[in-house]
Design a binder for this molecule. Structure first.
Ligand code: 16G
Ligand code: ZN
Length: 535
């Protein structure tokens, strides 16, 4: 009868008005907001079922991240704050695309296939971004969960990583933190403060080339109000000057994606040469750093830079503690070749390469004792295994150890508290980077001097059917159309330090092209030639 009630409500309140097929993609469903009513309602239903399967709270986030303001989307978050299990993505896609009068039978089929006891309690957390369509769509999803008698908690306008955090914290019986908005801010701010105190007590207030001030572009998204809240908690330690906090159009000429892809400053931001700047994306799960040098040249420090900064610093703490752990950095094919070389040859750490999409990086990073993953676009975090936490805690408590070792252990544990281990989080990543730069006494230029990026170019190509391209080797090569990879290889071999790949986008109807080479002109040329072969 629940399934019948769900179908009846769907027909009357959230009918499927457009006969388009939509898939649960890399980051959930994404589409024009007006196409999503029935999908949100159905995902509310599905989240209630997912919660029962797992016997735990799950999350639903309504956002289309860095996409234009007219788009929207939804994703389901699993109990430990991770992305929805891949097998359930298919279940979600199927449920999204059936006709209204097939809904009850489809729901019954899921209940049967997954042996779900619908009399068990269910609980779903909701969050949404600042898009005008988000409140309405969130309500549709809430209605869906309520039809299936789930207990619902709506956090309102929050960042995507905050919802991941709420879910994980709640399901850990608050061990991971308090599953509230205040709990989130306090956890991160307290860790940031303790770390600073540890460093200052060790070496005094001197901080070398580090300036405690940044300029922050919020893409007119949810990062605006949320980073403002954080900045008030730590204002004695870091001055944050906020721009694009909601007065303009979401993601328009601003934000992490704009800055990364165009390699240029966001609009409506006032900066001086060498100011350390950051951009968040619309739902605040990505961050990139940049500055303008004395010759007014734009300099980008992307996810690869953050990964190498974090990896290098954590390794230095482990070296002080004299603890051997399996530390690895997880990248995608988009990682700049110079960063991969630096991590392998200078830091002497392992590098793994996986396909694009947070779930692949996250999953791979779990294989390490300390797994650092970042996409070049600025999405990433650090994962610490149980073993790591136990060893470092033991070192902190071990009174026979030298003071320096115990201090390094305290720093590492405080650092872990500052990380949102559930997913990439602009606010947490910002605190991490600022902490390391301060501890190192580095300016943004000192940071950039670790290695020199290979010039690169990204292009998109519109083709009839982007899915005729089949990628292999973590998207570095293609297996279909037959012979095309050989053509690529011949071309690439003609460019010094040449590397290039193509892949169908998971979020847009285009094929993406990436190329790098020894000069910008060569990278551009290689990208254009590859694009022509794809056409
Ligand atoms: C999504 C992914 C992001 C990836 C991007 C690639 C998540 C949460 N987000 O935004 O990691 O970089 O898609 O987009 O997985 P593309 O397939 O259009 O290049
Ligand atoms: Zn995002």
């Amino acid at each position: 009868t629940l399934a019948l009630a769900a179908e009846a409500k769907g027909k009357s309140d959230f009918p499927r008005q457009y006969d388009i097929n939509i898939e649960y993609g890399t980051a959930g469903f994404r589409s024009k907001a007006e196409h999503l009513d029935h999908i949100l309602y159905r995902m509310g239903l599905l989240a209630a079922l997912r919660s029962r399967v797992k016997g735990a709270t799950v999350g639903v986030m309504i956002t289309a991240s860095h996409n234009p303001v007219a788009d929207n989307g939804v994703k389901i978050i699993d109990p430990q704050g991770e992305m929805l299990e891949i097998r359930w993505e298919t279940i979600a896609s199927d449920l999204a695309n059936i006709k209204d009068d097939e809904l009850s039978s489809a729901l019954l089929q899921i209940i049967k296939d997954e042996s779900i006891d619908v009399t068990k309690p269910a609980s779903v957390f909701f969050g949404r971004d600042t898009r005008p369509s988000s409140e309405h769509l969130s309500n549709a999803a809430v209605e869906g969960s309520k039809v299936f008698q789930a207990e619902v908690k709506d956090f309102g306008i929050v960042t995507t990583p905050m919802v991941h955090y709420f879910v994980a914290a709640h399901n850990s019986n608050n061990e991971y933190g308090d599953p509230t908005i205040d709990g989130y801010f306090e956890k991160l701010a307290n860790a940031f403060r303790s770390f600073r105190e540890e460093v200052v007590s060790e070496r005094g207030p001197e901080s070398g080339n580090y300036e405690p001030k940044i300029v922050a572009d919020m893409a007119n998204g949810v990062g605006g109000p949320m980073l403002k809240k954080m900045s008030e908690l730590i204002k004695d330690l870091l001055t944050i000057e906020l721009f694009n906090t909601g007065e303009g159009e979401l993601n328009h000429e601003s934000g992490a994606d704009y800055v990364k892809v165009r390699q240029t400053l966001p609009k409506r931001v006032r900066i001086k040469a060498k100011d350390r700047c950051v951009s968040f994306d619309g739902d605040a799960d990505r961050i990139v750093y940049y500055y303008q040098d004395q010759s007014v040249k734009f300099r980008l420090l992307d996810g690869d830079r953050i990964a190498s900064l974090v990896a290098g610093y954590l390794k230095s703490l482990l070296d002080i503690m004299n603890i051997e752990l399996n530390v690895g950095v997880v990248q995608t094919a988009y990682a700049n070749g110079a960063s991969t070389k630096y991590i392998k040859e200078v830091l002497k750490l392992k590098v793994a390469c996986v396909p694009t999409g947070v779930k692949y990086l996250h999953h791979k990073a779990q294989e390490f004792d300390i797994g650092i993953y970042f996409e070049a676009n600025g999405h990433g975090t650090v994962l610490f295994s149980k073993k790591t936490k136990v060893l470092v805690k033991a070192a902190r408590e071990d009174k026979r150890l030298a003071g320096g070792k115990r201090s390094a252990a305290r720093k590492m544990l405080t650092f872990i508290d500052m990380v949102n281990e559930t997913t990439g989080d602009s606010i947490s990543d910002l605190l991490i980077v600022e902490t390391i730069l301060h501890a190192r006494g580095w300016s943004v230029e000192d940071w950039e001097n670790c290695y020199t990026d290979l010039p690169n170019r990204q292009l998109k190509v519109t083709v009839q059917d982007r899915n005729v391209i089949k990628v292999i080797d973590a998207e570095c090569n293609i297996s279909e159309p037959e012979g095309l990879q050989d053509d690529f290889d011949r071309l690439i071999s003609m460019f010094a330090e040449g590397r290039a790949f193509v892949r169908p986008s998971g979020t847009e109807d285009v094929v993406r092209v990436y190329a790098e080479s020894n000069t910008q002109a060569n990278a551009d040329k290689l990208a254009v030639h590859i694009a022509k072969l794809v056409h």
